[in-house]
Design a protein around this ligand. Structure first.
Ligand code: GLN
Ligand code: ZN
Length: 763
């Protein structure tokens, strides 16, 4: 019987009940010592390894564990610590490591940004002015730990030089120069691992999913040749994920033992068919979806493995997940509260390991070898697929019968805005906020009391209303033009809707790491999505009843709800997106019917969902625009639709932003240092727009001068009639006092600029 290898690429760090998060936060708030922290983290780490071993995984990753982030681990292993932090030489201390990630009294944290197209955020390495050297061989330490403590001969995993350099902030040196600088350090890591007895190594190079120039490819070839020479006997796997490799023909020539390809999120199979696979290499096939929570269709997966074996012999095949399991929750074991029909269709990290092992056994011994597992797998999937969750005939029919009218507002913006101006009669440069207002400890505590059933619905509603009373009065007092109710009833902008639309499910422990100790619990979109009853109408209508000024309704858009959920994989994502859009349309119409005539539909995730493969971008954007319009187009001309997006690189999608046909867009700006305005300079935007005029990410109250400066800069390119004045998003994370003070300054600045504008018109 042919033997094949099962492997894991990476495993969640956070523990089954987020023990990891609690340990970190307890240390940060000085409720536990460094020794306690190290001991708890070691316990979690070893337990994770033991679980993978018990599951029957052959190649167990070590070194994928992190105290915060694996990119920061790589920086600090090379002694790369920004000058503003305390560091001279040797291994970077735990304290300094956390300071880089979180900032301290004297120095701001390093930037963080999204890890490819996921919702995981990494700490951006700051290479400028650094003199990298290997100050700590992390992979080696973790390799030795696993061997000594558990007798596991693990597979050290670390971020490769190409990706590390590509992700870094570096205006100083070219990619080629940096690669030359880092290769000897990587060579040292590998040589020491080889000497310590390691057999396998996984070097993560997800950046290879994007295009490289000929010069860069040459440099990559040279770097990996140097690595090969440094540790000729190590079995090095260059691991890619999230897409197919862009320069496939060149990359398969690298002098390494094997390549890891993603067969779920990229069409790697077509590349195998077209260009073949080198006879001297091992293929680590990412077969089980590492980014979703649904049970794999084992029959379909085995077909893919058959197709792969046309090009690669079974002896040279490794079966694994498509990417690290970091992006899925740990185990479905603890989700007893879920309907068994739903539970039976799920597969979290631990269950995915079982699937990997089953697939391995089936390749080795045929389907008969896994007969029992296969029956359970088919049953679980079939029961969910055929359940009423997924067979809502009405939803299907509505989606099928959509026409142009469903996605186009009755009149173009130029006509609508006249009716809207008449209706709202807002001053020049109207002022507003982005939706949420400070959530005090009292707000959060009362919400959890209500969730635990310790207070009644009536008591909770009265409490929320009291918050709304207070903040409508504050906003009127400050002099804001378009008010918000404050989102006090919401914890999370996606989960809040997920709990109330049909077709969604909520897990108890389905957490995944988002950044640092911060985890998110994405809702499950498990069935056909439909509107059941109004979600936001009560609070919005109550807020509106307290004031003559317009109150903005506040919703999360279809693209964002989709991107921040675990989406069923039995029908196309765009179909799910349109179902969500239709459910939101009903909510928007309910708001409108109840007198809410300004409605904001937030789409902060629109940009981040952009596919990595350039050839897929257009279709994604078209579908996103379609869904947004589907949810918003049904309103009357004098109902004003707003949307909001967080800071991003907008140059590539500015046309699509315009195509959304929202009357007003607000964009988080402060962190961008003018780049966003540049995007709008080169592309003329004809609708109304608010660019955040101050950064809300610190408690500091901005000065009037700096706000005025930001507004003046925007008004150089945007006509005053198109411009709105608002802060950046996320006020819920701030304290009341500083928020009120900052908004007061913003209104003063707005009033002064209005005066300037009027005088300019007069003279
Ligand atoms: N309406 C939300 C808020 O103001 C938007 C959040 C976001 O931009 N991510 O907090
Ligand atoms: Zn935002």
């Amino acid at each position: 019987m042919v033997k094949i290898i099962s492997s894991a690429i990476g495993y969640p760090r956070i523990g089954e009940k987020r023990e990891w998060k609690r340990a970190l936060e307890s240390f940060w708030s000085q409720n536990s010592s460094k020794e306690e922290l190290l001991a708890t983290l070691e316990g979690i780490r070893l337990n994770n390894l033991q679980k993978q071993k018990d599951a029957g995984i052959d190649l167990i990753p070590v070194g994928d564990f992190s105290f915060y982030d694996h990119v920061l681990d790589t920086s600090t292993a090379f002694g790369i610590v920004p000058k503003r932090f305390d560091y001279t030489d040797g291994p970077v201390s735990v304290e300094t490591y956390f300071d880089i990630a979180r900032g301290n009294d004297g120095a701001i944290a390093s930037e963080m940004t999204k890890w490819f197209n996921t919702n995981y955020h990494y700490i951006v390495p700051e290479l400028e002015g650094s003199t990298p050297k290997l100050v700590e061989n992390r992979p080696l330490n973790y390799y030795l730990e696993a061997k000594e403590k558990l007798g596991i001969d693990g597979k050290p995993v670390f971020l490769g030089p190409v990706t590390f350099i590509k992700l870094a902030k570096d205006q100083e040196e070219t990619f080629e120069t940096r690669l030359k600088q880092f290769t000897p350090l990587y060579a040292q890591i590998l040589a020491e691992l080889e000497e310590a007895g390691a057999t396998w190594v996984q070097i993560d190079e997800p950046s290879l999913t994007s295009e490289f120039s000929a010069k860069e490819l040459e440099a990559i070839q040279a770097a990996y040749t140097e690595l090969k020479n440094a540790a000729p006997n190590l079995k090095v796997i260059v691991q890619t994920y999230f897409e197919k490799i862009a320069n496939y023909e060149e990359i398969i020539k690298l002098p390494v033992h094997g390549l890891g390809l993603d067969f779920v999120h990229g069409d790697s199979l077509s590349q195998l068919k077209e260009f073949g696979f080198p006879k001297d290499k091992v293929l680590a096939a990412g077969i089980v979806d590492g980014r979703n929570v649904w049970r794999a269709d084992l029959d379909a997966k085995l077909d893919i493995l058959d197709a792969i074996q046309v090009h690669v012999d079974a002896e040279r095949l490794i079966v694994q997940s498509s990417c690290s399991l970091l992006h899925v929750p740990v185990t479905k074991k603890s989700e007893e509260q879920l309907d068994p029909i739903i539970r039976g269709g799920l597969s979290f990290a631990d269950e995915k390991l079982e699937e990997i092992v089953l697939l391995k056994q089936a390749v080795e011994g045929g389907k008969d070898a896994i007969a029992e597992g296969l029956i359970a797998n088919r049953e679980g999937r079939k029961t969910l697929n055929e359940s009423s969750y997924r067979q809502n005939a009405k939803v299907k029919e509505t989606v099928e019968n959509l026409t142009e009218k469903d996605v186009n507002r009755p009149a173009p913006f130029a006509e609508r805005i006249i009716e809207q101006d008449e209706r709202f009669n807002l001053p020049l440069l109207p002022t507003t906020t982005i939706g949420s207002l400070p959530q005090t400890a009292e707000v959060r505590q009362t919400r959890s009391k209500w969730r635990r059933g310790e207070i009644t619905n009536e008591q909770y509603e009265a409490f929320i209303n009291a918050q709304i009373d207070k903040w409508i009065a504050i906003q009127e007092e400050i002099g804001i033009d378009v008010l918000v109710h404050g989102e006090f009833e919401r914890t999370d902008m996606v989960e809040y809707f997920g709990e109330k639309f049909a077709g969604f499910g909520v897990t108890k422990f389905g957490w995944v790491q988002s950044y640092g100790s911060r985890c998110v619990k994405p809702p499950l979109i498990l069935g056909d999505v439909a509107f059941s009853e109004p979600i936001t109408v009560k609070e919005s209508v109550y807020a509106q009843s307290l004031t003559k000024k317009p109150v903005k309704g506040m919703l999360t858009g279809p693209v964002t709800i989709l991107n921040w959920s675990f989406v069923r994989d039995d029908i196309p994502r765009v179909d799910v997106q349109n179902q969500i859009a239709l459910a939101l349309r009903d909510e928007i119409l309910a708001l409108e019917e109840n007198g809410i005539k300004i409605i904001q539909v937030d789409e902060p995730a629109l940009r981040e969902g952009l596919p990595l493969d350039p050839s897929k971008k257009q279709a994604y954007l078209e579908a996103a625009v379609y869904a947004f319009k589907l949810s918003t187009a049904a309103v009357e001309n004098d109902t004003q639709i707003h949307t909001h997006m967080c800071y991003s690189d907008f140059n590539e999608i500015i046309q699509s932003i315009s195509d959304l046909d929202a009357d007003v867009i607000s964009i988080e700006t402060s962190r961008s240092h003018g780049e966003i305005i540049e995007a709008f300079e080169t592309n003329t935007y004809d609708k109304e727009i608010g660019l955040g005029v101050y950064d809300i990410h610190s408690p500091r109250v901005p000065s009037k001068e700096e706000i005025k400066q930001n507004i003046h800069r925007a008004l150089k390119t945007i006509h005053p009639k198109q411009f709105w004045i608002n802060p950046d998003c996320g006020l819920k994370t701030r304290q009341e006092k500083e928020t009120i003070a900052a908004l007061e300054v913003m209104i003063e600045a707005a009033n002064e600029i209005r005066k300037e504008q009027l005088e300019a018109v007069k003279s």
